[in-house]
Ligand binder design. Structure first.
Ligand code: COA
Length: 380
């Protein structure tokens, strides 16, 4: 069978659900280790965090015939994962599960996930075969086997602290003898993990402590009844109040860049800011918002983008900002194109830094280090 493997995005939620729905009753049971009703299945798919988790599909002639989902979380300071895998009942036994499993492990190693846990039923011979030969610890509990796969040694320099602070998820990286503290703010449908993965350990290695938050309704921070830009702004103020080491730099991506500007309005204490693919100081005009909502594709992202827009008045007066502002964009960003980035930079009397070949999601792409190095330069 000629199959292709692809990293799945939030827009594929319906296809992932359809794949799980057509598994035979026995396969659905062995996949989850319990009876899953249609509602529980839909809830499981709704909760997949496509930013943080590793979700890979196997496609045959464009049809999704297998999915591996590694739910990524933090344990004892390091990224760990819980793996679940399934192949369409009529395609099993042909080596597809093995290829998908190996792809998932390769991705997990690249994403610096230290260990993986897999729960499966003792009678599941195929799953046992997939785990054989790896650095594993097995534990039997009745009918269930729990398999812990060690992928990498924990690197103490990459450790982060996790904190839930009044309903806001925070990741902190503490540098030895830190020379400054940095706060990172994500954009619509993002979360703190987007910074935790690469930026926080990288900054710690450069002598900078940092914190990344997940705004309420994102990542591990439960939603408010009513999510608006004003509410997100309050989340940032709350975190700023809570941080013992006050940040000298705030870094914001996309909507996080807009929140950065709002928070700096009239603030004399924070000396520097970096806006990455940021919403400009004049906000998103209705015509600009539509493509953003469209781009989100995912119902959750759409809902958040629309709710965020309701929090108007959404503009900033750059004259009220005393911090030195750095403005970064991506040459291939279609949401906040380079000309908007350049206009934002002009508003702050600076020149835009455009990262070549980078799109809107530059902070989670292979270009992240080019951005991180620009931020470090801005801090010098
Ligand atoms: C587990 C699953 C993903 C494997 O996918 P698959 O495409 O059937 O697997 P493959 O054909 O690649 O075979 C996987 C391994 O099992 C071995 N195998 C095949 N049939 C087997 C059997 N009856 N007993 C034991 N091992 C068997 C294969 O030789 C292969 O091992 P190898 O690569 O070391 O040679 C698939 O069977 C599935 O979706 N099951 C239902 C969901 C589930 O149980 N998920 C696991 C819990 S999360």
């Amino acid at each position: 069978m000629n199959v292709e493997f692809s990293r799945l995005q939030a827009t594929t939620r319906p296809a992932v659900l359809a794949h799980l729905q057509i598994l035979s009753d026995e396969d659905r049971f062995t996949r989850f280790g319990l009876e899953m009703s249609e509602a529980a299945l839909a809830d499981y798919v709704d909760r997949i965090n496509f930013n943080r988790d590793i979700v890979i599909g196997v496609l045959y002639r464009g049809l999704l015939i297998g999915v591996v989902h590694i739910a990524v979380f933090q344990h004892e300071g390091h990224p760990c994962g819980e793996l679940g895998i399934s192949v369409d009942s009529f395609c099993q036994g042909k080596g597809i599960g093995r290829m998908l499993f190996d792809h998932a492990l390769e991705h997990a190693r690249r994403r610096k996930v230290n260990s993986l846990r897999i729960q499966y039923l003792r009678r599941n011979g195929r799953m046992a075969s997939l785990c054989r030969g790896l650095t594993t610890r097995f534990a039997q509990d009745g009918e269930e086997t729990s398999c812990q796969i060690q992928l990498a040694e924990a690197d103490p320099a990459a450790a982060c602290r996790y904190e839930m602070n009044d309903g806001i998820e925070l990741f902190h990286a503490d540098a030895v003898a830190a020379r400054a503290h940095v706060l990172f703010i994500h954009g619509v449908a993002g979360d703190g993990w987007q910074w935790r993965e690469n930026f926080l350990p990288y900054f710690a290695r450069h002598g900078l402590s940092s914190t990344a938050l997940s705004l309420r309704g994102h990542g591990g921070s439960p939603a408010r009844a009513n999510q608006t830009l004003r509410g997100y702004e309050e989340d940032v103020y709350h975190v700023l109040e809570q941080l013992a080491d006050k940040p000298v730099l705030i870094v914001g991506h996309s909507m996080g860049g807009f929140l950065t500007q709002r928070v700096l309005d009239g603030n004399q204490r924070i000396r520097k800011a970096s806006l990455i693919c940021s919403v400009p100081p004049w906000g998103l005009l209705p015509g600009t918002l539509e493509p953003v909502v469209e781009f989100m594709g995912d119902p959750l992202g759409k809902a958040i983008a629309l709710q965020a827009a309701e929090g108007k008045p959404a503009y900033v007066n750059p004259d009220n900002i005393s911090a030195q502002v750095q403005v970064i964009g991506g040459s291939r960003d279609r949401l906040i194109p380079p000309e908007v980035v350049a206009a934002t930079a002009r508003s702050y009397d600076t020149e835009a830094v455009i990262i070549e070949d980078a799109g809107h999601a530059v902070i989670s792409s292979s270009k992240w280090q080019a951005v991180a190095d620009q931020l470090l330069q801005h801090l010098r």
